[in-house]
Design a protein around this ligand. Structure first.
Ligand code: NAP
Length: 484
């Protein structure tokens, strides 16, 4: 494919935002490479029962594509997937997507100043600009639990739900109790004979307060989009205020802790069960979960919470460290994702063949999460240190897509062919970022998908989204080296 403006990898929320904004800005010759047969990213992959977003839909949608029709405050996976499909059609980017096109590697060709992208099937494409929109939660992790292959029943990861298996009346082992698990466990418990939850660490949970959006309100949003916009803005501002609760030892953090522990006390009467569900680390260190039905499910007679460590999987079920073998018919692994190896398993070779894997051997880092020194014209959406614990990731993705557009415009204005962030700019940015992160709850004593095994926080942004938008609104081009 000759004459491309850019190659975008991934057709999830990030890839679609990039494609739409680049197209609008006049960089419309795009190839969006999607490894799967359908767009949607995480919303295509996570079809487990009860899958829904824990950010209100008014804000978990693009600012340029408001949807007056969201059926609930927090919409479900099917509705979000449909929204993404509609947006791709409405903004004319579906035809740019090449499905079942999995990228194996990308090489920067210094002489021609282009990225050469090689697909798994050996095909190659070239473009001056490479935009990666892979997401942070796309590689399921089974947490290295031994014996998985010996299990005689059915088993699967939460992000690869097996809808062929009817769980009614069955004994289902659910390993993990994170954001995904607390959504499907209440659903599974409705029909399963028995649900065994293997919890390693309890989470702070606050009420979700989800409710259907009445017809009259949807009609109002449709008739007066300004109302929708004002609501969206208000939700954004209120959620940004929540960032204060992620600073350690603040009144806001204490307020959230009380909200969570109060909810636990009101919902769980059994003191033994309540003790098992009480976290012993600072609130916010791990993701604060929201749910209206998880504790309620734990009160059911057919649900058991097991806190003994999982030691191995046997042909019959799950064995715990105390030697007990818990027999079951099916196992669901809600064990999360490989989150700290950004862009893996892609091999990205920058200037002089230097790879991102080498550059990131001590933990991934970038400049504003978007560019990496030594990798000219490579831009990332949802890159290192751009995840949030308190607000909608769509706000960040749009800021990043706008930033990329400005960089491409600047290249055009200067009649330059490449830009590369200066090493000193990237390193100064990261020194300050890591310093700021020290004051956040994520630096507390807990394990989370936000940090590497050695404790470096590689995933989260250190401030609220307004601050990120401000930093990215006008690129500091003095931090970049331009090449003709
Ligand atoms: P996760 O938050 O990483 O949770 C993984 C769970 O598996 C944790 O409870 C973890 O325990 C447990 N686990 C890992 N290894 C284990 C082992 N060897 N033995 C027993 N338990 C083990 O993954 P997730 O629930 O899929 O969620 C990931 C992220 O996706 C969320 O934080 C959120 O950002 C996003 N998400 C969002 C939504 C939403 O919007 N509604 C829904 C789902 C997911 P430990 O806590 O001890 O590590």
């Amino acid at each position: 494919m000759a004459g491309l403006d850019a190659i975008v990898i991934g057709a999830g929320f990030g890839g679609l935002a990039a494609a739409i904004k680049l197209k609008r800005a006049g960089f419309g010759r795009l190839a969006v490479l999607e490894k799967a047969g359908r767009l949607g990213g995480t919303w295509r992959d996570n079809t487990y029962p009860g899958a829904a977003c824990d950010v209100p839909s008014r804000l978990y949608s693009y600012s340029f594509a408001l949807n007056p029709n969201w059926s609930r405050a927090y919409s479900g996976q099917v509705e979000i997937q449909q929204y993404m499909e509609d947006v791709a059609d409405r903004f004319g980017v579906r035809s740019m997507i090449r499905f079942n096109a999995e990228v194996a590697r990308a090489d920067w060709a210094e002489a021609g100043k282009v990225w050469r992208v090689t697909l798994v099937n050996g095909e190659t494409l070239e473009a001056p600009v490479l935009v990666s929109a892979l997401g942070q939660l796309n590689r399921p992790s089974f947490a290295g639990i031994p014996g998985r292959e010996t299990f005689k029943g059915e088993s699967w990861h939460s992000a690869r739900w097996n809808h062929e298996v009817d769980l009614s009346g069955k004994t289902v082992a659910c390993i993990g109790s994170g954001a995904s698990a607390i959504q499907y466990i209440p659903e599974v418990a409705k029909t399963a004979g028995k649900v065994l939850i293997f919890q390693r660490t309890p989470n702070y949970i606050i009420p979700r307060l989800d409710k259907p959006t009445p017809d009259w309100l949807r009609r109002l949003y449709k008739a007066v989009p300004l109302v929708d916009r004002i609501f969206r803005f208000t939700i954004w501002q209120m959620m940004d205020l929540r960032f204060r609760a992620f600073k350690r030892d603040t009144p806001a953090a204490e307020g959230f802790r009380k909200l969570a522990t109060g909810y636990l006390e009101r919902q769980i009467a059994d003191p033994e069960l309540r003790a098992k569900l009480t976290p012993d680390y600072p609130i916010g260190c791990k993701r604060i979960l929201i749910s209206d039905d998880y504790y309620q499910a734990l009160n059911r007679d057919n649900v058991e919470l097991i806190t003994e460590a999982v030691s191995e999987i046997t042909p019959k079920g799950v064995k715990t460290a105390d030697g007990t073998e818990h027999a079951c018919d099916a196992i669901v692994y809600g064990t999360g994702f490989d989150t700290t190896h950004f862009l893996a398993p892609l091999e990205i070779h920058g200037v002089g063949g230097w790879t991102l894997t080498e550059a990131w051997k001590d933990g991934a880092e970038a400049y504003l999460g978007v560019t990496v020194s030594g990798f000219p014209n490579l831009f990332m959406l949802y890159g290192p240190n751009t995840n949030l614990g308190h607000n909608s990731i769509i706000v960040m993705l749009e800021a990043q897509a706008d930033y990329i557009v400005q960089c491409l415009r600047e290249l055009r204005r200067r009649k330059a062919r490449a830009l590369d962030v200066k090493p000193a700019a990237q390193s100064d940015f990261n020194v300050q970022l890591q310093k700021d992160l020290e004051a956040t709850a994520w630096a507390g004593e807990c394990s989370s998908w936000y940090k590497t095994a050695s404790g470096k926080i590689t995933n989260n942004w250190s401030d609220d989204t307004a601050a990120y938008r401000k930093r990215t609104a006008r690129p500091a081009f003095e931090d970049y080296a331009f090449a003709a």
